[in-house]
Design a protein around this ligand. Structure first.
Ligand code: PMP
Length: 404
């Protein structure tokens, strides 16, 4: 059970007013708000142990290193990775995907095939297109249906012994669809392909177990799960991470450097060149502790109630159409009202203190599929309330009247 008053008290920003109205924050899929413990973790780091890590003999550096490595272990435990060195701390999902996409350049041959899905965020499309340009590999796409679900029979048809890689998001950011990743992984492995799952949108709502999934790579951003921006993770199976070349060269990622030859550091440092976002990594660990203290079962159950309530209320508005009607979805609702441009709705309700996303949500192929310029997207989190949904609904009715 979520104690909503207690939870809301953890988030200082929820007391803010926007344009003179109490903030109603429904843009959680873009980034989540931060609880006080995470903010404190950032302040404490800079107030008490700020120094560079992994290289200092002095006490402060040791303390910062210990805190950073403790965070890695928290992330390892959260995702149930076998080893902490299989967790690479990155700048976020986009960075993590690019590490893998770039690394595969030397492992692919012309004519090899890689599969993405029609439901991907641009950050899980463009790096693979760039990989195809570099290698001559061919990009194939699992199509979607009108409910915003992947057409799995078509996936079966795409798979062959030419398939080397499969990349799919766990949850679609534009529609909220939860994809059948267990089946996707199992079938890819049968043809010998590696699988990367983009967990940017799943991790705020559920707790993935990378060993149970038997996934090769899993990526996520801290800022979507109550942590700071500019930090994220790449989980990779040890064998794959050892196979991939480093993404960036620099300090920290080497064993030995001479002008003749450089040897690389062991995992995870091989992929962590330069001074990382130390404070961000530590606060990522704090954010995971916080979310686990709320409990992912509680989060999922409460958000599902919010989703059902909001869906019912929205559908009472005449001419409102929801895109993404899978039964298996997180608390994300993408919609349009008649021919009104989503941007106009977003701007009017912003004046009433309500934050939603409008546009293509970095998923233009989905918008093209539905033949629309974009949607209004309301995405809920465990600190949102039913009362906020009521405020949202009456604001939408007002906007509709004004824009008619
Ligand atoms: N994939 C998905 C599904 C996303 O929703 C996002 C963020 N909107 C990303 C990737 C990229 O994440 P980031 O901007 O944190 O790198």
């Amino acid at each position: 059970m979520i104690d909503i008053d207690k939870v809301r008290a953890d988030f200082p920003i929820l007391k803010e007013t926007i344009n003179g109205k109490p903030l109603v924050y429904f843009d959680n899929a873009a980034t989540s708000q931060k609880p006080q413990v995470v903010i404190d973790s950032i302040v404490n780091y800079y107030s008490t142990i700020n120094s560079n890590i992994h290289r200092g003999v002095h006490t402060l550096s040791q303390k910062a290193t210990d805190a950073y490595e403790e965070a890695r272990i928290k992330i390892q435990k959260h995702f149930n990775a076998k080893n902490s060195y299989e967790i690479i701390l990155t700048a976020g999902t986009t960075h993590s995907i690019n590490i893998v996409a770039t690394g595969f350049t030397s492992l692919l041959n012309k004519g090899d095939e890689i599969i993405v899905s029609a439901l991907e965020h641009h950050s899980n499309i463009v790096p693979w297109q760039m990989l195809c340009e570099r290698t001559g590999a061919i990009l194939k796409v699992i199509p979607m249906n009108l409910d915003g679900e992947l057409v799995m029979s078509e996936y079966d048809n795409l798979l062959s012994n030419k398939t080397k890689l499969v990349f799919v998001n766990h949850v679609s950011n534009a529609l909220g669809t939860i994809n059948p990743i267990e089946e996707i992984i199992e079938k890819a492995h049968k043809v010998g392909a590696a699988v990367l799952i983009d967990g940017a949108q799943s991790c705020p709502h559920l707790k993935p177990d990378v060993q149970a999934l038997d996934v090769d790579f899993y990526v996520a951003s801290a800022h979507k799960l109550c942590g700071p921006t500019g930090v994220g993770m790449l989980y990779g199976k040890e064998a794959w991470l050892n196979k991939l070349p480093p993404y960036q060269g620099g300090g920290e990622m080497i064993k030995q450097v001479t002008f003749e030859k450089t040897t690389y550091a062991d995992l995870p440092h091989k992929f962590e060149a330069g001074t990382p976002n130390i404070c961000g990594g530590i606060a990522f660990g704090t954010a995971l502790d916080y979310m686990n203290s709320i409990g992912f079962d509680n989060i999922a159950a409460y958000e599902h109630e919010l989703l059902e309530y909001a869906t019912k209320k929205l559908l009472e508005i005449e001419d409102l159409k929801i895109y993404g009607t899978s039964k298996n979805k997180t608390a994300v609702i993408s919609f349009n009202i008649g021919n009104i441009h989503p941007y106009d709705i977003g701007s009017i309700i912003d004046k009433l203190g309500i934050a939603v996303r409008t546009g293509h949500h970095c998923a233009q192929p989905i918008m093209d599929f539905y033949k629309i310029p974009g949607t209004v997207r309301a995405s809920f989190s465990f600190y949102n309330t039913f009362e906020e949904i009521d405020i949202f609904i009456s604001a939408l009715k007002k906007a509709k009247m004004m824009l008619r």
